[in-house]
Ligand binder design. Sequence first.
Ligand SMILES: [Zn+2]
Length: 369
Amino acid sequence: MKTSDNRRHRPILVCATLLVVAVGSLVEADQPELGGAIDLSPISALFPAAPEPTAPSPSREGLRLLIQLDPKALGPLSIGSPNAGLLFNPQPMPEGDLWQIRNPRETYGTTETLGFIIKAIETVEAQFPGSPRLVVGDISRPDGGRLNWHASHQVGRDVDLGFYHRSEVEDFLRGRKSNLDLPRTWALVRALVTETDVHRIFLDRSVQRYLYSHALEVGENRLWLDVLFGRYTGGKDALIQHVRGHRDHMHVRFYNARAQEWGRIAYPLLVKAGLAPGPTVTHRVRSGETLSHLSRRYGTSTRAIRRANGLRSTMIRAGRRYVIPIRKIPPEAEPFVVPPRLLPPEPSTTAVERAAPEAAGTSVTIGRP
Ligand SMILES: [Zn+2]
């Protein structure tokens, strides 16, 4: 599939679930910075700003009309950041022959995210026919917002994927050298990196080591691998990063050109229409602060604060955190643009290069295929 297919708005599969939205906080900060409230441009230092826009921005008027007539027609929207956001118009991960879903109630995402997952799995199958079914873990709850113990997984752009093992497994299984199917697992990681708009892959160091060695063995470009695995930066800002708790699965986060850009523009309109919760901040109360201090500071009413926290009286306690609904929606950030993919150098084909492989592939392409 050409990459342009990913960016086109495909209204297929738009889920028939109700318009349920998170009542969670959109912002978490002791010292609220409204401008940073909805973080839609987490561009890592590795990826310079992409020159090409990715999804055409809808007009505000067009969206307003759509919200009035048929909000479901907006398709899935990813609003806010993975750790503090919501998924609007969630779409369930479909069943398939090549994967098994761990918990269907927690595998809701955007069209783009689900498409990327399926594409990567299908790429592995095309390369290694007869692959065991991959375990697909949590994506998001149908209403977005906080999912179990996860800090992220709130906006339909995160997914936990199992590894390919030497035989099919029913659940996540710790990846060891003795049980991992390295060719397939590497093919999966490679497909995610080169064929989807992946942002991050969180993976335990031990599994990273196996994959890195395997990739070198099968002739992948060392420089590309070093950038990918953060060997120059000590892992900082790398696409593949070590995070504890990822020995039996990898956590993959995607960029969504359409769901993020449409979500950015639609969010204030959805709040106005009463279809999405307004933004909130959390505030830790210092001694001497009262409810009316807070209401003045955040431009809201004491009643709204009491309601948001289920307070029966006007008493608040120092040291405790309270949710403050804020009326003013942060000003719209810049249009969301997906950074370029981190692609390996073209394989060298000339005899000269073949004879002197160290001379070939000394630069890493950062760009789209
Ligand atoms: Zn995860």
